[in-house]
Design a protein around this ligand. Structure first.
Ligand SMILES: NC(=O)c1ccc[n+]([C@@H]2O[C@H](COP(=O)([O-])OP(=O)(O)OC[C@H]3O[C@@H](n4cnc5c(N)ncnc54)[C@H](O)[C@@H]3O)[C@@H](O)[C@H]2O)c1
Length: 335
């Protein structure tokens, strides 16, 4: 099959593109290689991907309406896995327009491409951040998510709404995946594990928000990728029986679905840091800080639907996942 993977130079997109190539599919990876974080890390991921004969890279911005329309017309994809976005909760406070371009206009150009070129399934990244002010745990896809607390989260919820309208109007099967704090080798420099590792190795103090009183449902990259690959084979269908009043918010009469992909096991931030200290064989200098605007206290995924539909539940332990990250970090950065 011919796949479009957007954000292929990004953390998750890189792994997804790699796995699809290993499975014998043809993959076009799209990315604009922006400098939100170190471009050489994006380039290093791409250097691994271009070793596959079945992989081709296209540098294009999602917000380039004409460019994306032409690209879809030329390539005629069977399936689209849309992972490119402006990520990060904190960055959205100072750079809101980046989210409008990449996440709102960008999501619409992808929907339009799918609409006009008979894509059989669009799978796209949403986020656990859509749960915003929700306090009931575990976070379930049937819950209302109308109270985001960052613009990033609001754009991700908007992606779900936009997708629903296209699934309804044009019968495009769409599946939104709410990822929960993904970590692992080749991970993002703006995320906690990378920042903590770098600081500890360099003898700097690490900033620990909300005085360490936070929990995250950390999900190892291989578990996320396995979930994405299984879900993209489960193509949503119309369900005329579904009704707003009685049906789950994660389903619809349209061919539309939402899933959580998380570990289903929140870990205390300080325990996560302890695992990192053990893997590094070093002790972190800790700087306790207040809660940051836009952050949530806890994330905790209900992954029953994912298990029900795919027979799969993420299972990598934090100790193992962090150890794998540390091994990669040491060899990639020669420390
Ligand atoms: N990593 C996580 O913990 C996490 C959690 C929840 C949701 N997500 C979502 O999963 C997806 C992948 O995240 P990631 O961690 O791999 O992030 P990432 O930043 O590593 O990857 C995103 C890629 O998209 C590209 N991109 C951004 N804007 C673009 C544009 N306008 N046009 C073309 N390319 C563009 C970037 O250059 C980057 O390579 C994103 O949609 C993100 O919001 C990630």
């Amino acid at each position: 099959m011919k796949y479009l993977v957007t954000g292929a130079a990004g953390f998750i997109g890189f792994y997804v593109a790699q796995r699809l190539c290993q499975q014998g599919h043809q993959v076009i990876g799209l990315d604009n290689l922006n400098d939100y974080y170190d471009v050489s890390l994006k380039q290093a991921r791409l250097n691994k991907l271009i070793k596959f004969d079945s992989f081709n890279f296209v540098k294009l911005d999602l917000a380039d309406r004409t460019g994306i329309a032409k690209f879809f017309a030329q390539e005629k994809f069977n399936r689209v896995i849309h992972l490119a976005a402006q990520a990060g909760v904190r960055y959205s406070i100072d750079n809101p327009m980046a989210y409008a371009d990449a996440n709102l206009v960008g999501h619409l150009t992808i929907l339009e491409g799918c609409r006009h070129h008979n894509v059989e399934h669009l799978v796209y990244a949403s986020s656990s951040s859509v749960y915003g002010l929700n306090s009931k745990t575990p976070f379930a896809t049937a819950d209302s998510v109308d109270h985001p607390i960052s613009l990033y989260a609001a754009t991700k919820k908007s992606n779900e709404l936009m997708s629903h309208s296209y699934s309804h109007l044009y019968s495009i099967p769409t599946t939104g995946l709410r990822f929960f704090t993904v970590y692992g080798p080749w991970g993002r420099p703006d995320m906690a594990l990378f920042k903590f590792t770098k600081a500890i190795v360099e003898g700097q103090a690490i900033d620990i928000y909300n005085h360490g009183d936070m929990r995250r449902d950390f999900t190892y990259i291989d578990d996320i990728v396995e979930g994405i690959l299984r879900i993209q084979d489960v193509i949503p269908e119309k369900n005329e029986q579904w009704q707003v009043e009685t049906g789950s918010a994660a389903n619809s009469s349209a061919p539309y679905k939402i899933f959580n992909i998380g570990n289903g096991n929140p870990v205390k931030l300080l325990d996560f840091i302890h695992s990192l200290e053990q893997s590094l064989g070093m002790v972190a200098k800790k700087k306790l800080m207040p809660m940051q605007a836009g952050d949530v206290y806890q994330t905790y995924a209900d992954v029953e639907d994912l298990f029900h539909v795919t027979g799969y539940k993420p299972s990598t332990t934090v100790a193992q996942g962090v150890e794998n990250f540390v091994q990669w970090y040491k060899s990639f950065y020669h420390v």
